[in-house]
Write a new protein. Structure first.
Length: 218
């Protein structure tokens, strides 16, 4: 498929989703640090469970890098238990906090000023931080023009014959970054819309194609 066709198809998908579903106001976090914590906790669970864990941290007054890092593992694990895999995620949070404090002194503004590619490499070097989590932190917490790819993204692009179902993460990401304007607001809204349509319509099993916004003619 030629690039001009991919660009047109991507824009059509966005326009239909935005018209059918409206703005998603994602990511639901009060601070960049809260978004970062949420990005790590949301691995292998749904957002409702993550919200419960974050509420626990807020009520305890611990949603600060230094406070969270000093927290004993067992207590941190108990607080984030609603997010599932709490022992694993407690370790991943600690690994991330060690990086954030050790490299940037816990200063998120200093972190945000780092070159995007360099920062992405640093995040990926943190044990427990994969590409989707790193890119979620970059886009949603630090306002970097990085497109987040997840299972919904791959499924929707494959079903609309834009990429293969087994396409690599980086390849799928490049489809967006090379064919659309690198814009934080656009990437933010686009990915949020993809997640919404993937959950409600373009399901892995029993997709609701007949009522999907992408099937409606404009």
């Amino acid at each position: 498929m030629r690039r001009v066709h991919i660009t047109t198809d991507l824009k059509k998908i966005y326009d239909k989703l935005h018209a059918g579903l409206g703005p998603q106001h994602w990511w639901p976090g009060e601070t960049p640090f809260e978004v970062m914590v949420g990005a790590i906790l949301t691995q292998n669970t749904n957002w409702g469970n993550v919200e419960k864990a974050i509420v626990n941290l807020k009520k305890s007054g611990l949603l600060k890098p230094e406070r969270l890092f000093k927290l004993p593992h067992n207590r941190l694990a108990r607080l984030i238990k609603p997010a599932g895999y709490y022992n694993v995620k407690a370790r991943r949070l600690k690994n991330f906090l060690r990086f954030l404090i050790g490299t940037y002194g816990g200063d998120i503004r200093k972190m945000a000023g780092r070159n995007t590619d360099v920062l992405r490499g640093e995040l990926l070097a943190v044990n427990g931080i994969g590409r989707e989590t790193a890119d979620s932190i970059l886009l949603y917490a630090l306002n970097k023009p990085v497109f987040v790819v997840d299972a919904y993204t791959k499924r929707i692009l494959a079903r609309h014959k834009i990429s293969a179902a087994d396409a690599d993460y980086d390849l799928v990401q490049q489809i967006f970054t090379r064919n659309l304007k690198k814009d934080v607001k656009l990437f933010n809204e686009y990915h949020a819309l993809i997640v919404r349509v993937g959950k409600e319509f373009c399901r892995k099993i029993k997709p609701r194609c007949r009522i999907c916004p992408l099937q409606k003619q404009r």
